[in-house]
Design a binder for this molecule. Structure first.
Ligand code: CO
Length: 640
């Protein structure tokens, strides 16, 4: 286990993560401005202001690096933010922009304030008392993003909605006993309870739901030891965010909203580093719930834009989140009061054996050739309330890139009356239900396949009608359709047609004379099931399509816009693509929506075994042949 220091000498590359010293300097520049009073100002977001792409690409080692910090501030309790860019190189504020009518992501301090305000609110206390709950220490209050439903409470305020759960001990799993029928609206910025809704008492579920080993009736026989040993250490190097492994080269950074971010992913081929991806991250995600009742019908969460996948990231130091010879990277973030802090071991980097990469047994000669697949794994895990999301990038020896989300944690539950079976969810334990819901992720993939200029084709397999050119009625062909504009490039998956999308270089060709390319191979994935005209449908319009393609624009970073919290909708992808810009031979950005529709199972309770969702990026004519022919055979001991 190795820790990499979060601070050090001045940045040597424009995409190096911000250090604690740089954050303090930027906060100092803000607070030196008379408009930003230290008592009133909250730092909702602080991150590297990434230089323009051409500046980054033109950087030569040893040249000075311009450093700037992007900050989103709130001053006072209204729906209003101030965006600031602080130049560390110039020692001043470059731009101050007031944005009216928007909210930042939920602030931790205010979420805690909402809990404190509720605990002494007479209506809340009375609602709990009607259920025989008198000890506030055992009542767990979860503040939720409130969404936008036209309620008068929402107007101009930063609000949350709060749900409650009962614990039988401080370390109990509260989700086993939801306090059904009670939901509170709280103005979290003012610490003011606006309304306590009580739709009627439902008895508490009878069972506890602990997943701790000491609370299980018995434990099975332990697994036999399986040690991952790399006697010569890991096969990769990582230095100030630059990660190199085998032929791969990439930069890793960590953002408060996006969490893990990759930059400048390239593959070294015949002595040249060939670009594949300029920047890749989860741009947004949404968890819409499918129960229409008054207590649960408003539930949806934009866990990136409303909470922040980086802010919610775990320190991967306590258990077995990763296995093997590991290097961790710290994440450096900023508190709402403007103090830098370190999320120790926020990112885990390690290698995994992944079965066989290629093989053939030649029966005539009796010769067996096999190569083992090994992948480089770069991962981070965020816990957002009840759910835990692991985000995993995989890099393979044959040029394949994979991304996978591992969904685990605890279901969002509802109390059921004895004998009640919910129409819009499942019974998961006696008198305990969980609503149908979805987890939909949007991945922003700024592709640079052999350079910035690329085009995107939709590829499909089509059967050919029987006839003179198909006498045996067996023929099918692969058809390519160029996606020419943003409106043409709003697409759905179609497994029956084996649909995928190919990103083609505008300039480079392989030895067969064909343009080099990578393809986005979608997994089996849904889109949003809520009506596109619903509140969540308008706010998460990105999730109504699996694919969007835009020409690169530096300000277009998050699929639902910069401020999804209590937004009216229409921001992000629907707004940008309304211009219907051309995307042929452009610097294209792919936005891919994928995820799962979750109809809860009894087996998901009390803690959910991992469910997987993801996609792959595969070279298509990017190489002249299998690029892993040069991989040496594995050592003999694996034949024993
Ligand atoms: Co789920």
């Amino acid at each position: 286990m190795t820790s990499v220091s979060a601070s050090g000498p001045p940045a040597a590359h424009p995409l190096e993560p911000l250090t604690a010293e740089e954050i303090s300097a930027a906060v100092g520049l803000v607070l030196a401005d008379p408009r930003f009073d230290e008592e009133q100002t909250r730092f909702a977001y602080v991150g590297l202001s990434e230089p323009a792409k051409d500046v980054v690409e033109a950087h030569v080692p040893g040249a000075p690096v311009d450093r700037a910090v992007h900050l989103v501030l709130t001053v006072g309790p209204d729906a209003h933010v101030v965006e600031v860019d602080a130049s560390l190189s110039e020692g001043g504020l470059r731009g101050v922009r007031e944005v009216e009518g928007v909210r930042p992501g939920l602030l931790f301090e205010e979420a805690f304030g909402a809990i404190v305000a509720l605990e002494t609110n007479p209506e809340w206390v009375a609602a709990l008392a009607r259920r025989g709950l008198h000890d506030p220490k055992l009542v767990q209050i979860d503040p939720w993003p409130a969404g936008t439903f036209g309620s008068p409470h929402e107007e101009g305020r930063r609000i949350c909605r709060c749900l409650a759960y009962v614990r039988d001990a401080p370390d109990d799993n509260g989700y086993a006993r939801p306090v059904e029928g009670v939901v509170a609206f709280v103005d979290m910025a003012r610490g003011e309870v606006l309304e306590v809704l009580d739709t009627g008492v439902v008895p508490l579920a009878p069972e506890s739901g602990s997943y701790y080993p000491e609370r299980q009736p018995s434990l099975r026989e332990a697994l036999t030891p399986l040690e991952i040993v790399q006697s010569e250490g890991p096969g990769f190097t990582v230095e100030r965010g630059l990660l190199r492994w085998q032929r791969w080269s990439l930069r890793v950074s960590f953002d408060a909203v996006e969490g893990l971010v990759l930059h400048q992913v390239g593959y070294e081929d015949k002595g040249t580093l060939r670009p594949v991806l300029y920047r890749a991250s989860v741009s947004e995600m949404v968890v819409p719930y499918g129960d229409p009742g008054p207590v649960h019908g408003w539930k949806n969460a934009f866990d990136a834009g409303e909470w922040g996948l980086g802010r919610m990231a775990n320190s991967l130091e306590l258990g077995c989140d990763c296995l093997g010879e590991i290097v961790y990277l710290d994440g450096v973030l900023t508190s709402e009061r403007g103090k830098p802090y370190v999320v120790t071991n926020a990112v885990c980097i390690h290698e995994e054996d992944f079965g066989i990469l290629w093989k053939h047994f030649d029966a005539r000669s009796g010769r067996n050739e096999v190569r083992r697949s090994r992948r480089l794994v770069v991962s981070s895990i965020a816990t957002v309330g009840n759910y835990d999301y692991g985000f995993y990038w995989y890099f393979y020896l044959d040029g394949t890139i994979g991304f996978e989300v591992k969904l685990t944690g605890i279901l969002s539950t509802m109390g059921l009356a004895p004998g009640e079976t919910p129409r819009f969810g499942s019974v998961i334990a006696p008198q305990l239900g969980a609503a149908n819901h979805q987890h939909l992720f949007n991945m922003r993939l700024d592709m640079d396949v052999d350079g910035a200029a690329n085009s995107v084709y939709e590829m499909e397999a089509h059967p050919v009608p029987p006839g003179a050119d198909n006498p045996w009625a067996n023929a099918f062909e692969s058809r390519a359709r160029l996606l020419r504009t943003e409106s043409e490039a709003q697409r759905l998956v179609d497994p029956a047609r084996s649909r995928y999308w190919k990103v083609v270089s505008s300039s480079a060709t392989n030895r067969l004379g064909l343009p080099t390319a990578y393809k986005l191979l979608p997994g089996a994935t849904p889109t949003l099931l809520a009506d596109p005209g619903s509140s969540v449908g308008r706010r998460a319009a990105f999730a109504t399509r699996n694919l969007w393609v835009t020409p690169y624009a530096p300000g277009e970073r998050r699929a639902a816009g910069d401020y999804p919290n209590q937004s009216a909708g229409g921001d992000g992808l629907p707004a940008w693509t309304a211009a219907d810009r051309p995307i042929v031979d452009e610097d294209v950005v792919l936005w891919y929506t994928f995820g799962v529709t979750h109809v809860p199972r009894p087996e998901d309770w009390p803690v959910m075994p991992v469910e997987y969702a993801g996609f792959q990026l595969l070279p298509v004519g990017f190489f002249d042949a299998n690029p892993a022919l040069d991989l040496p055979a594995p050592p003999a001991h694996c034949h024993d």
